[in-house]
Write a protein that binds this ligand. Structure first.
Ligand SMILES: N[C@@H](CCC(=O)N[C@@H](CS)C(=O)NCC(=O)O)C(=O)O
Length: 344
């Protein structure tokens, strides 16, 4: 054996040894910084009821808000240690890229160019949505195709703006988008009759009709959905450990619903005979170590906000004014698309 290959051989052996031993996860730089600040900076919307909006007491509420609270509970031990940063559609990506927020949890659609082209990583899907149209009832429009030639209010920096153009181009027709940078301005314009329709994610249209329309009954959401809008939290590229934490906190919430672990029963279930339940409530095998967290991370997240089904019901579903059906957002074994990889 030539002496020249010895260093290479040694380096190879060392690398193999490093990967063979289960490395205790390093806390990534984002997690370190969050711990140092004692606060998670979470980017939310400027006010989309059901997902992220201030309530009458000035507290942030919603499905996307609960995702941030769950993460804060998992990594800081306190769902209250979140700094909320309201961001409109245009501002959201720069705020994440620049480090102003640690994560964005705000009705944001996962797409290739956002994921691969902007230095970002979508961590998971927390709501399967699609783009729809809100129209005045008196216009007697029953399908999106009838909107040919219409002026349609839409917010800039959204997939809604792009899909609107695609949909009508594919039909060989055109519409006239009326584009607004600010959400409040877009709503004001629509409800004052500036446009014949308003377009965005269907879940947002439900809130817009119910909470923003002068008379909700004067408006209808058309049945057509013209796109796929998988919404979920995202992080900056370059910190795999932080990416993993955000991803697995969401999966823990989803898995807990599948296993029937409700917010009120997290501690009672510590004595469950089911190892999968034990792992999630912190009495079984340690899942925290691989994430750079302690063993109780998922139990804390669940105690803070409940499982995905509870989060959905409280914010947008059966226990909320929006009354959105579970639809695609039901667990995979109940007719929906929610599916967490094994937490083990
Ligand atoms: N899911 C779409 C649309 C998301 C979006 O930004 N929607 C608007 C209209 S509902 C919004 O959230 N506006 C509130 C704001 O700008 O704060 C996307 O990711 O582009």
């Amino acid at each position: 054996m030539s002496l020249r290959i010895v260093p290479r051989l040694l380096a190879g052996l060392l690398t193999a040894a490093l990967f063979a031993t289960a490395l205790p996860a390093q806390a990534g730089k984002t997690l370190d910084a969050i711990r140092q600040k004692g606060q998670l900076a979470c980017g939310v919307s400027t006010g989309v009821i059901g997902f992220s909006a201030l309530d009458s007491q000035g507290r942030w509420q919603g499905l996307d808000v609960d995702v941030c609270k769950a993460i804060a509970a998992a990594v800081l031990g306190d769902a209250g240690k979140v700094r909320w940063v309201p961001l409109n559609s245009q501002q959201r990506f720069t705020a994440l890229q620049s480090g102003e927020v640690d994560l964005l949890s705000r009705n944001t659609t996962w797409s290739l160019t956002r994921d691969a082209g902007q230095g970002l990583h979508f961590a998971a899907i927390t709501y399967y949505d699609g783009q729809g149209f809100l129209v005045p009832k008196k216009a007697k429009i029953s399908s999106a195709k009838q909107l040919k030639g219409a002026e349609i209010c839409v917010q800039s920096g959204t997939t809604s703006e792009k899909n609107l153009a695609d949909f009508f181009r594919a039909q060989g027709t055109k519409v006239k988008p009326v584009v607004f940078d600010r959400f409040d301005a877009s709503l004001k314009a629509f409800f004052s009759g500036r446009c014949q329709a308003y377009t965005t994610d269907a879940s947002s249209l439900a809130f817009i009709r119910m909470k923003e329309a002068p008379k909700p009954d004067d408006y209808v959401v058309l049945p057509d959905l013209i796109s796929k809008e998988p919404l979920g939290p995202l992080v900056r590229r370059g910190d795999d450990e932080w990416f993993a934490i955000v991803k697995w906190v969401v999966y823990a919430l989803i898995e807990a619903e599948e296993l029937g672990i409700g917010q009120a029963r997290v501690d009672a279930l510590k004595t469950s005979p089911d190892p999968a339940i034990q792992r999630l409530v912190g009495s079984g095998d340690d899942l925290g170590k691989a994430l750079g967290l302690d063993k109780d991370w998922s139990a804390r997240a669940l105690r803070a906000v409940g499982n995905y089904g509870e989060i959905f019901a409280r914010n947008v579903g059966a226990d909320s004014p929006l009354q959105l059906p579970r639809g695609l957002n039901a667990p995979w074994n109940k007719g929906g698309l929610l599916y967490a990889p094994p937490l083990r």
